[in-house]
Design a protein around this ligand. Structure first.
Ligand SMILES: [Zn+2]
Length: 537
């Protein structure tokens, strides 16, 4: 058989299949141990997943498939994958960019003790057969033009196959990747190729020092005026369109509808994930400048604190993404409240439970000027939407109770999601109720979500798609405000003017400047043109 010369194309196809299957042993073992994909459906998913990996490798390799480079390139992929397999199996590591950076910076004289017989054996059996084929099989000689056509076919074929296969299993695939993000770093050798590409092509690291912001910030209020208390609620995974306040056909806002709230229906998020949106929405820069920034700056909370306010971050979720590093903060999600907490997670009402005593612990001289508390609820964090609402708020039935959305019918997913909005409605109404009890103190609340969510439209679930291609439901977020009469009076806010702003186009970009305006902070970092309520004062 080996007397017959192979075309390069055939070699690439075969080696890619070897890479996708044998060289991904840790990935298949990890998948095998997950409850998400099991049985026949799991096996089928595994098969499609391995073909996806193979076609991606084929597409990536197309540019290297030349007589003089193909053997070296394929050998590199096989050897890198074999080494990765060994380290994944032995140390449980994954191959991501920091890991590859570390490897590249390793002094190999110092790491000789890591070389073991076990390593040699793993590398030998995983890469040996493929290397033998790569170097021993004679190759067909074809013209450069034909080789170009072959490579074009490899690239286009690999790409198209990868896309089609992904679409075919997108539901399982997206929920799997989101539930277990570490899986993507197990995909050999694409994990290493990706990391090397990122190291080679990303611009040199930004200036990592934190630049101060709003050093001239001060509160411009009558010193005799009563100190305000403001709650900024950063919602999680809330779609604007699923709020009945914004026109949703289902009654998801039974309680807020009774309150004197303003709901802004046309607000676009900065990103499609918590990690992308949060730092951007608290920045003074706005989306475009934030993404192009050369260095990191302090954020809204630093400026409010510098102006003199008592500022506090109360988290019932995965943390503040560095935003609260310089202000007092605490996390409630680990509490063991008998009614509100279970399994290491708490329902969002836990925050109101803790709020009064936590505020009392803030420095008195700051509280005398005013208090701003950021609440970071669990909101509608997926995919386990049903866990975001207690039984009393499950208005829509039946509910999807599986973590794997693809196990449920779409209506059940939407029901579980809408119930989480009904509960968010309750939590916000409770907060407003509590603010109302603060005697004549000026109080206010601003609720804005970090990003939206896909609930099965076009077979898309969850969120986090690249902004340019993400559907609007992942980017359009609710923004709801409530101001006590004392608060709007103190700020001379014309509330019918505010109500008139509800259909205007707003963005996360407006949050920083709107908050400074509401809190009467004067600073060079403030831009009046991005303050939503400037024209209403
Ligand atoms: Zn989020």
């Amino acid at each position: 058989m080996l007397r017959t010369p192979w075309s390069l194309m055939r070699m690439v196809l075969l080696v890619s299949l070897w890479l996708a299957t044998v060289c991904n042993l840790p990935l298949w073992l990890a998948l095998w141990h997950l409850p998400d994909v099991s049985g026949l459906r799991g096996a089928l998913f595994g098969l499609v997943f391995s073909l996806m990996i193979a076609s991606a490798i084929i597409a990536v390799s197309a540019g290297m498939t030349w007589r003089w480079t193909a053997r070296i390139w394929l050998s590199l992929l096989v050897v890198v994958a074999a080494f990765s397999t060994h380290y994944m199996r032995t140390y449980g590591i994954v191959v991501d960019t920091p890991m590859v950076t570390n490897v590249l910076q390793t002094d190999w004289r110092e790491s000789r003790d890591q070389l073991s017989w076990r390593l040699a054996w793993t590398v030998a059996w995983i890469s040996g057969p493929a290397l033998w084929v790569i170097w021993r099989v004679p190759l067909k000689r074809i013209s450069l033009v034909r080789q170009c056509l072959h490579n074009l076919a490899l690239f286009a074929g690999g790409l198209i196959a990868c896309v089609l296969l992904t679409v075919a299993v997108f539901q399982d695939f997206s929920s799997l990747m989101r539930n277990h993000t570490q899986l993507r770093y197990l995909i050999n050798p694409l994990n290493a190729v990706y990391a090397l590409g990122e190291i080679a092509f990303l611009p040199t690291q930004r200036d990592r020092r934190l630049h101060p912001l709003g050093e001239d910030a001060r509160i411009v209020a009558d010193p005799k005026a009563e100190a305000p208390l403001f709650l900024l609620v950063v919602g999680e995974t809330a779609r604007s369109g699923n709020f009945s306040l914004n026109g949703y056909a289902r009654n998801t806002n039974p309680q807020l509808a009774q309150e004197n709230v303003q709901s802004f229906r046309n607000v676009m998020a900065c990103g499609t994930s918590t990690a992308a949106s949060l730092p951007c929405m608290f920045s003074h820069l706005g989306k475009e400048a934030f993404e192009a920034r050369q260095h990191d700056s302090e954020n809204l909370l630093d400026v409010l604190q510098r102006a003199g306010y008592a500022v506090f971050w109360l988290d019932n979720q995965s943390g503040c993404k560095g935003l609260c590093n310089r202000i007092p903060h605490t996390n409630t999600s680990e509490l063991k409240h008998p009614r509100l907490c279970s399994g290491g997670e708490c329902l969002d009402e836990i925050m109101l439970e803790r709020l009064p005593s936590l505020i009392d612990e803030l420095p008195a001289e700051r509280r005398a000027k005013g208090t701003v508390v950021v609440l970071h609820p669990m909101g509608s964090h997926g995919p386990a939407y049903s866990r975001r609402s207690p039984p009393a708020f499950k208005a829509f039935q039946p509910e999807c109770t599986s973590k794997t959305l693809s196990d449920c019918r779409r209506e059940e997913v939407v029901n579980a999601y809408d119930n989480s909005i009904v509960y968010t409605d309750h939590v916000l109404a409770e907060l407003i109720g509590w603010l109302k009890k603060q005697n004549h103190r000026p109080t206010g609340l601003l609720y804005i979500a970090d990003h939206g969510e896909s609930l099965g439209e076009n077979n898309l679930y969850l969120h986090g798609l690249p902004y340019a291609i993400a559907p609007e439901v992942q980017k359009k977020v609710p923004l709801i405000t409530w101001f006590s009469p004392a608060f709007s009076q103190q700020r001379s806010l014309n509330m019918s003017c505010v109500a008139g702003l509800r259909d205007q186009a707003w963005r996360h970009d407006h949050l920083f400047h709107t908050m400074l305006g509401l809190m009467q902070v004067e600073t060079s970092a403030y831009q009046a043109s991005l303050d939503m309520f400037r024209t209403c004062r």
